[in-house]
Design a protein around this ligand. Sequence first.
Ligand code: QV4
Ligand code: CA
Length: 511
Amino acid sequence: MKLLLLLSVLGVCWAQYDPHYRNGRTSIVHLFEWRWDDIALECERYLAPNGYGGVQVSPPNENVVINSPSRPWWERYQPVSYKICTRSGGEDEFREMVKRCNDVGVNIYVDAVVNHMSGSGVSAGTSSTCGSYFNPGSRDFPAVPYSAWDFNDGKCTSGSGGIESYNDASQVRDCQLSGLLDLATGKDYVRSTIAAYMNNLISMGVAGFRIDASKHMWPGDIKAFLDKLNNLNTQWFPEGSRPFIYQEVIDLGGEAVQGSEYFGNGRITEFKYGAKLGTVIRKWNGEKMSYLKNWGEGWSFVPTDRALVFVDNHDNQRGHGAGGASILTFWDARLYKMAVGFMLAHPYGATRVMSSFSWPRYFQNGQDVNDWVGPPNDNGVIKRVTINADTTCGNDWVCEHRWRQIRNMVIFRNVVNGQDFTNWWDNGSNQVAFGRGNKGFIVFNNDDWELSTNLQTGLPAGTYCDVISGDKSDNHCTGIEVHVGSDGLAYFSISNNAEDPFIAIHVDAKL
Ligand code: QV4
Ligand code: CA
């Protein structure tokens, strides 16, 4: 009995690190700026059938309407209230989306912007997505309500009131990030108000939260409001399930604040991951894929069960936040697919796939001056996600999550889930391969010459369909076939000029 008790306690206290995926799924897709009605449709028609475990949605709470520049994507990171009321839809559409996605086993994770409210420079009035009045100057947000007592103005020790040094952990937490009014998350009233907002979402059926700007809140303050959260809705989740928590903490090293401070609350975003993988796949700074043999903790990343990983995110795909020029995005499609493929095949971390909208990049002095451009819209109304005959998306939605190579690697990760990292091979340069137990195997050629060799796959004998160049459909391969012998060996030939210079096979794509 004692053992059972211990396991149940361990099980419960680990739950904030557990995404609560259903049916062996393993990845989240960030449907950045999508409308709730389109997300519901996508859960039913695409995400469930293709094994996506969940969706990260854009902040659902009322935000400032910014007209200069015209409706930037980042207006959603300036809260006005916790009413579920944005350009993605109102509370009814949000509830409908959560129900329909949950009913097909796709979880919803909410981007919770709870470190701050609007920018200090925003004019008072009702320029907000639900028409609520607010006055940044007097710290008045009556639709919450928050008043001047609920902000950190008196606690911040910097001269300007803004964060002036990232070497001072107190400034990073108690002062304004980019002029955003900093909430007094040390106060019980503020903690309870944040928890009430999150509990409202939990009651609707959400499975967890991305905690925005976690670095700018004391770990203990975050714990204080997380401890006030209810268990997940038992209509869809087992009794006693705790909300999945992943905290946005940008820690590339060298600052006063460290990601490890936040481990007690949940997972953290490991930004070193995308920055390093981009450098390796671009072959910058003498980096080579053969160095990926000890990828993960061996590269000084956080422990795998505390990591939320991604190749790019909504910030660094457009030069915001961290990662710099090495970050690969959909603009670098061929290399991007290799990076996402590597991430999804490798066992490290909980994986998140980015799904973007396109925008008219315009570089001046190396800077994209259109980095602010918001989602495709008709006079401010976010455009529907149209689906083309070839299953791609229209209306300037990029839908990376629907690219065959990425969709199939999400499935690959499900098939090999729990299997060990095995059979590593490399040529000392940029040709590498590795397996996942006896369930899957992947080979990359990122050198400027052909890869042509026999490799030990660890897989059962048979004919496998490469899920990068095609699919297994009925009982034939639409792309490359790979023949694995009874000794587990298979011959691989990959031209460095191939459309996608990598091959992936797994036991669910075997003829
Ligand atoms: C400007 C000046 C300030 C001035 C202020 C006065 O820069 O010095 O004090 O006006 O009001 C927008 C503008 C920014 C403006 C600010 C406040 O870009 O110029 O400040 O609004 O008016 C997103 C965007 C920001 C945007 C913000 C709020 O990236 O550009 O700021 O939304 O609209 C750090 C953090 C990390 C953060 C990352 C971007 O550690 O947590 O920067 N990432 C998260 C989100 C990100 C979001 C925020 C945090 C803020 O992923 O999308 O910032 O919620 O690394
Ligand atoms: Ca803060």
